[in-house]
Ligand binder design. Structure first.
Ligand code: ATP
Ligand code: MG
Length: 567
């Protein structure tokens, strides 16, 4: 892939129109298609949707919303071999979850097989299509090169009646897979390779997920897509750049079949590429089938279902799609921008809780044994309406191991022998003694607290560091899954001689089973979002059971990668 690092096209800032909107507004001004805007999102049900599809969904449904039009969901199901109902279900769930509603029922290209077949016969009778008996390899060899004209098939001038008879026999199942194809009769010397008598129909003796065994010939994408747009009354058929070279063929087929003025127009935009990410369904399928990830919805996958399970919100994905804009040239978007989008959204929404991932026991020696105090803490400083809750404090607490250092450097503002820190929403404590086991590992800290320093009591004394903590007798034991990028290379699929799987990040998942959470998290439900104070944003994983809470880290509070790479 030749990818240019660039920001969205100029003019993409909020308020100004992107180039697709400019086209649409021009069409509305000219009252083209009665000024209507009708778009569609046309996934092939051969895998789960990824963040690139999300971009296309936001674009197509977004245009319909903006111009008070409609948007169809159409399953582009012309290939019976790779398509499955499981994918259809997941695609509908993902589009709905993103917050979009398609017009009417979902459409299927397979619903149009009869109509497409009828048009194919019409093209045959007009001398615009013919059956070719040659094997695929010969047809491919005859196509020529962009600088060299192709060679006409010996079957190109077969009379229409004979083509029709054989085409019908193809449909009836008289020939084997690959035995014959139907080709459009256009121009073997066209500078556009797609116009060199492209294949319209191929023979495939395969059961289709919807039409069963009714058909053993299936239309190719190019013969199906524009015609489906036409049947549905689509006005603006938005697709990715690789289809730009197909556009003359898209228009040629419509010229053959369309009646009246209403015609869809194909418009191409640059597909979304993300750094540190692979984004082809084929590669994602490979990760799933080889069990490198736990499934399509593994939280490390760039699939919509993976992002959802990771804790992304629909709003964060929509904002991201908005912000990156619509480009006319291929580019790569920094994955940090996606991470930023979810951080920004959850910062507004997520309640702050205290969870200790790697616990170290602290005993407050001057705090009464058996006493529990309920201390008030703010749920979300970004949302005063979200109120406060109470957190238990007692003589035995947990803090993070890495919040203590026995021999700290000068700028370490956390706990160390003889030093003081504030415990969030509680008291200032001072480390008096370090307890170690026989091997010299620190097992416990003995501290004292200053009863005059309770948070919210108007105490004057200030210290530099504030730590999160959890009361030991009240703590919930929880599992926390720390996810990181699945690949450690900015362009894993971009290396000529290396498989993208060579760039897997071995540290993409770290499971912590001894974490301690404040008891209020006992009410957490699957899909809820939280900020764990000083750590990051987390969501409850569906693996959670009645007595075992599992959290996924959505994203760390700050971008540690940016810091490492010195950005
Ligand atoms: P992939 O290349 O990942 O296998 P695809 O293009 O084969 O994807 P489709 O199901 O055909 O997947 O895609 C449905 C729609 O989503 C198409 O209009 C396609 O152009 C668009 N789309 C796919 N990938 C991207 C992407 N990375 N960015 C933007 N739009 C995309
Ligand atoms: Mg495709």
């Amino acid at each position: 892939m030749n990818m240019e690092k660039n920001s969205p096209e100029p003019g993409m800032e909020k308020g100004s129109l992107n180039f697709i909107e400019a086209i649409i507004e021009e069409d509305i001004r000219n009252n083209k298609n009665n000024g209507e805007v009708y778009t569609r999102f046309p996934p092939e049900p051969n895998g789960y949707l990824h963040i690139g599809h999300a971009k296309s969904i936001c674009l197509n449904f977004g245009l319909a919303e903006k111009y008070h039009g409609k948007c169809n969901l159409r399953f582009d199901d012309t290939n019976p071999v790779k398509e499955e109902t499981e994918y259809v279900e997941s695609i509908m769930e993902d589009v709905r979850w993103l917050g979009f509603r398609w017009e009417g029922e979902p459409r299927y290209t397979s619903d149009y097989f009869d109509q497409l077949y009828e048009w194919a016969e019409r093209l045959i009778m007009k001398g615009k299509a013919y059956v070719d008996d040659q094997p695929a390899a010969v047809i491919a060899a005859q196509r020529g090169t962009p600088t060299q004209p192709g060679i006409e098939s010996p079957y190109r001038n077969r009379p229409p009646e004979e083509n029709l008879r054989i085409f019908r026999e193809m449909r009836e199942g008289k020939y084997k897979d690959g035995g014959k194809v139907l080709r459009a009769r256009i121009d073997m010397s066209s500078p556009n390779m797609h116009m060199r008598d492209p294949v319209m129909y191929r023979i495939l003796h395969e059961s289709h997920h919807r039409t069963g065994d009714k058909w053993c010939i299936y239309p190719m994408y190019d013969f199906a897509h524009g015609q489906s747009d036409y049947i549905e009354g689509i006005t603006h058929s938005v697709c990715t750049l690789e289809f730009e070279v197909h556009r003359p063929l898209y228009d040629w087929f419509l010229d053959q079949i369309a009646e009246g003025d209403r015609r869809p127009r194909q418009i191409e935009f640059a597909r979304l590429n993300l750094s540190y990410t692979v984004m082809s369904k084929r590669k994602l399928l490979e990760l799933v089938e080889e069990k490198i990830v736990k499934g399509w919805d593994d939280p490390r996958m760039p699939t919509i279902s993976g992002l959802r399970r990771r804790g992304y919100t629909p709003e964060s994905i929509r904002n991201f799609a908005d912000r990156i804009g619509v480009a006319k040239r291929d580019n790569v978007i920094d994955v940090a921008l996606l991470e930023h989008a979810v951080r920004e959204d959850l910062n507004k929404k997520a309640r702050r809780y205290m969870v200790v991932l790697d616990p170290l026991k602290v005993i407050i020696t001057n705090y009464p044994e058996g006493k529990t105090e309920m201390l008030e803490t703010v749920n979300n400083p970004e949302d005063p309406d979200d109120g406060t809750r109470r957190v238990p404090f007692s003589r035995e607490l947990y803090i993070e191991k890495n919040d203590f250092m026995e021999d700290p450097p000068r700028k370490f503002f956390r706990l160390a022998p003889g030093r003081e820190v504030r415990l969030k929403s509680a008291y200032i404590i001072k480390c008096e003694e370090v307890i170690k086991d026989a091997d010299g590992n620190i097992t416990e800290l003995r501290c004292t607290y200053d009863p005059e320093t309770r948070s919210g009591s108007g105490a004057q004394r200030k210290v530099k560091g504030t730590l999160h903590w959890v009361s030991a007798p009240h703590a919930l034991g929880v599992e926390v899954r720390l996810y990181d990028r699945l690949f450690n290379d900015p362009d894993p699929a971009g290396h000529k001689d290396k498989d993208f799987k060579e760039f897997l990040n071995p540290a993409s998942l770290k499971v912590l089973r001894e974490c301690k959470a404040e008891p209020a998290l006992g009410e957490a439900a699957v899909g809820d979002h939280y900020q764990f104070q000083r750590i990051g944003y987390f969501t409850v994983d569906p693996d959670t059971t009645e007595d075992h809470l599992v959290f996924n880290r959505t994203v760390a509070l700050r971008d540690t990668w940016a810091r490492i790479s010195g950005k």
